[in-house]
Design a protein around this ligand. Structure first.
Ligand SMILES: NC(=O)c1ccc[n+]([C@@H]2O[C@H](COP(=O)([O-])OP(=O)(O)OC[C@H]3O[C@@H](n4cnc5c(N)ncnc54)[C@H](O)[C@@H]3O)[C@@H](O)[C@H]2O)c1
Length: 456
């Protein structure tokens, strides 16, 4: 089959590479000329493990190419995927301007299709609120009399393991109205579903539903995951106060099959390109429809608090008195991890950025390190912080080490060498990478989330 993927970001690139991997002919489109130029040279504009190899492999074989021109290939295309951003609008709702502008462009390009061509399947893969498939349909219909159907196919990949998630999906959700649309979508995904089932009989599930249900499924999934994170974060904070240990509590509740063990890791609050904006968009949909989503509102509020927890621990330890100007002046902190999570260079809504803002505004100097996200942070905040090419260099002369992202390399770093660089053995670990008892034996003052602090 031939597929057009419009939008070459985290989702579009993974989908383009993933469909090429299933033997389809793929044309990737983007409006960003520098991105397309890089891609045509075989260079990925984003960091995603395994992506470069697939992009290079299928561009070399001729089954994948990138262009700025959406008209290219539309005449023979079976499905056109809309994978552009849906950022948060000023009122919290999903800003659909990019989706609808692509819909209009597709509508115009439809004139290039023969009058007797089978209906073009236009797929909303961007995360969009209920009713968007209908809006996309109306936008295209205003431009063309050629046959088409709009399908909702939300994406569930996780940055950092996006290739694996796309090649071996837990499930594929399709919101469509006709058997024809379903058959095209099945043709595109059948190899992936089979591969996922071969690996795990519980995976590779196919769900056909109506477009509104499919659109809501994506938001409900993200909301449920965010809710679990905020819940365990609140329980972790309570653990610290009552003298309990979140690791034990987590193991105790996660072994209940009704609860499950996933997404129960306490941390410094969730960020990223999806949860924060998708929660706001769903809250807006709830309000507009007279169903305020109260659990979700609380989830957002709890996360706002959680994103301050590490900074609060630092302020408390260094005895920052309220009302003192620049109470952290003269203090230097090493910060490990800038991306919103490990294995990505994505810093959208990253907790580390809020931490930098909090501590530098109190006068602290920050020396930061990340394995992939430093260029993005440098582009965003410039020389507000010092950038260290190596985690150990970041620690030189620092009063404490703060960990914001769970890159596994940090966990493997030799703590004695880290201690030799720091002024004192003080660590604020937002990802619970180490056990408090072990840190105590090594003589660290160790603060983590949901366990009692260890004081050297
Ligand atoms: N990133 C994720 O982990 C993830 C996971 C699931 C779903 N989603 C959803 O997928 C969508 C895309 O997310 P992303 O992270 O890939 O975004 P992104 O910002 O990385 O990429 C969007 C791309 O679309 C391009 N674009 C914008 N207007 C265009 C146009 N008119 N024609 C062609 N290209 C255009 C941009 O230049 C950019 O390269 C969003 O709705 C997001 O919520 C993202």
């Amino acid at each position: 089959m031939q597929v057009l993927i419009i939008g070459s970001g985290y989702v579009g690139l993974v989908a383009a590479a993933g469909f090429a991997d299933s033997g389809h002919r793929v044309i990737g489109v983007d409006v960003d000329a520098s991105k397309v130029e890089k891609l045509q040279k075989g260079i990925s504009p984003i960091y995603e493990p395994g992506l470069d190899e697939l992009l290079q492999k299928y561009q070399a074989s001729g089954s994948l190419r990138f262009t700025l021109d959406l008209n290219e290939g539309i005449a023979n295309t079976d499905a056109a995927f809309i994978c552009v951003g849906t950022p948060q609008g000023e009122d919290g709702s999903a800003d659909l301007q990019y989706v609808l502008s692509v819909a209009k462009e597709i509508g115009k390009a439809m004139a290039l299709r023969p009058k007797d061509a089978p209906p073009l399947i236009i797929v909303d893969k961007s995360t969009v609120p209920v009713g968007t498939a209908a809006r996309v349909h109306a936008t295209i219909a205003a431009q063309t009399d050629r046959a088409f159907e709009v399908v909702s196919n939300p994406e569930f990949l996780r940055e950092g393991c996006a290739i694996d998630d796309f090649l071996f999906p837990d499930r594929v959700v399709i919101g469509c109205r006709t058997d024809f649309a379903e058959s095209i979508m099945k043709g595109l995904y059948e190899k992936k579903l089979a591969a996922a089932q071969a690996r795990n009989s519980e995976a590779g599930k196919w769900f056909r539903m109506d477009p509104p249900s499919s659109e809501l499924t994506k938001y409900a999934a993200n909301a449920m995951l965010a809710l679990r994170i905020s819940f365990i974060n609140e329980i972790a904070n309570l653990c610290e106060t009552v003298g309990a240990d979140i690791d034990f509590v987590k193991a105790g509740i996660g072994s209940d099959h009704r609860i499950g063990k996933y997404f129960l890791n306490p941390g410094p609050g969730f960020g990223g390109s999806c949860f924060p904006k998708d929660l706001q968009a769903l809250l807006k949909v709830g309000r507009e429809n007279g169903h305020p989503l109260m659990t979700l509102a609380t989830t957002v509020e709890a996360n706002r608090h959680q994103k301050q927890v590490l900074a609060l621990k630092v302020r408390e330890y260094f005895d920052c008195k309220p009302g003192t100007p620049a109470p952290l002046a003269g203090k230097r902190f090493a910060l490990w991890g800038l991306a919103f999570k490990a294995h990505t260079d994505d810093i959208r809504e990253a907790m580390a950025l809020e931490l930098i803002e909090s501590l530098t505004s109190l006068g602290a100097q920050m020396v930061v390190h990340d394995f992939e996200a430093m260029p993005a942070v440098r582009a965003k905040i410039g020389d507000r912080v010092i950038y260290a090419e190596d985690p150990l260099i970041a620690c030189e002369g620092a009063d404490a080490l703060i960990i914001a992202t769970e890159w596994p390399q940090y966990q493997k770093t030799d703590l004695q060498r880290v201690a030799s660089k720091l002024k004192g053995k003080v660590m604020f670990d937002g990802r619970n990478l180490f056990r408090p008892e072990a840190m105590k034996q090594l003589g660290w003052t160790y603060h983590s989330i949901g366990r009692l602090p260890v004081l050297a």
